[in-house]
Write a protein that binds this ligand. Sequence first.
Ligand code: CUA
Length: 180
Amino acid sequence: MAPNPTSRLDHHTLERYETIWLGIATVMSVLLAIAVFASFLSGTTPRLEDEGGAHHLTGVVNGRIDPKNFAGTPFATPGVVEREDGSVDVFVVSKAFQFEPPVVRVPAGKRVNFYVTSADVLHGYYVETTNINATVVPGQVAAFSTTFRHPGTVNVICDEYCGIGHHNMLNKIIVEAPKP
Ligand code: CUA
């Protein structure tokens, strides 16, 4: 019996579908490989380690600052304070439209504890290349920690609209190689 032309056509159609699905499976495998690689890479960038509290800070009660007692808190002298174990505390005051201090120097490979507050309105503290993104509320302390593994410069932007100078509100974190 001669081969049924219809079934031959079906055979070819099936082959074509098989090729298409094989192509789709290949594309999906490649996307999966990219996703795995991307997550591997993101694992090497600084991550939020701890949303610690600020209860141990002088003049801070339940994460809140009494505005009348601002001078009695570490935020009266914003900046970097090195601790005995080599980790650092960073005190930042946000105000329209700048961060105090504008440049922060921290050591690579050491834990960095951030304490950020606002002197006026709502601001944001988004540390580029990390998943750190804090909302800075006046009268409250945003506390979080991370470790920058590699020396370099990391930019911080205010990502809560705070007024006419919002887009100029930047902070720079300079990560320095550990002292020999
Ligand atoms: Cu501060 Cu936007």
